[in-house]
Write a protein that binds this ligand. Structure first.
Ligand code: ADP
Ligand code: MG
Length: 244
């Protein structure tokens, strides 16, 4: 599904990822852990196609093809990247935005766009699965949403777009323990058997509630260790310093 080979990424000449390789198969859940500033969000942004992050060398293949240049094309082909800090966008109806996004994808897949009434049914259904209260679904994008609600709104986008690969950047940050359990439960419900997931996180606690296949530790833009779930517990116990 995803094959990143020897990737080096720079912003304004500064290398933020170096010789980074990762392979993700259909349905797998990979976790990227690391301290603040390790390069985790850089990975998410370069996958999304953020223009400031330049691929210096290496390659990214997605679904057996080179990742297209355009952000739109990446999204249409089934890549989804959530924001670490989702923004509030006054004036943009959450409903209209997500309807447009889903219908753009449906057009790309040569499916008929959904009418508002058809979309509404799906929107409410997936909104409930993501754990968002119905009154929030009527608002403008993230308008007055708490941190946890914004994260759930990211999951609603994922639920509607049904990506082949979703990269969730610190979907657990800023959540209290109840919200964390809810978000983990929602991820589990929304992740189809085929969907692959890259979970970027700082803490091990989210992993207590989700099935995980691989854990990778990133430090200074380099992958320093990969392993199974036990690696996350080891990190929690010994701290990141033990791995450097
Ligand atoms: P993480 O998500 O692991 O906390 P980031 O990927 O956000 O880390 O950042 C990695 C490093 O790259 C940090 O030192 C950060 O300051 C730097 N960095 C990230 N984005 C930019 C940018 N657009 N311009 C300059 N430096 C950046
Ligand atoms: Mg980050």
């Amino acid at each position: 599904m995803l094959k990143i080979q020897d990737l080096t990424v720079a912003v304004e000449g500064k290398k933020l990822l170096e010789h980074f390789s990762l392979e993700v198969q259909k349905g797998q859940v990979h976790v990227i852990m690391g301290k603040n500033g390790a390069g985790k969000s850089t990975l998410a942004k370069v996958l999304a196609g953020h223009p400031a992050y330049r691929v210096v060398s290496g390659e990214i293949r997605f679904l057996d093809q080179l990742l297209p240049d355009s952000v739109e094309e990446r999204a249409l082909k089934g890549l989804f990247v959530s924001f670490q800090y989702p923004l509030e966008i006054p004036g943009l109806s959450n409903f209209d935005f997500l309807k447009l996004a889903l219908n753009a994808k449906r057009r790309f897949l040569k499916k008929k766009p959904l009418l508002s009434s058809e979309f509404e049914k799906l929107y409410l259904e997936k909104g409930a699965l993501a754990g968002l209260k119905p009154e929030l679904l009527k608002r403008e994008m993230n308008q007055g949403f708490s941190g946890g609600e914004r994260k759930k709104n990211e999951l609603l986008q994922m639920a509607l777009l049904e990506p082949a690969l979703a990269v969730l950047d610190e979907i657990d940050s800023g959540l209290d323990i109840d919200a964390l359990k809810e978000v983990a439960g929602a991820i589990q419900k929304l992740k189809g058997r085929e969907m692959a997931l890259i979970l970027i996180t700082h803490y091990q606690r989210l992993l207590n509630y989700l099935p995980v296949d691989f854990v990778h530790v990133l430090e200074g833009g380099r992958l320093v260790k990969s392993g199974g779930l036990d690696l996350a517990s080891e990190l929690e116990e010994k701290g990141y310093e033990a791995f450097l």
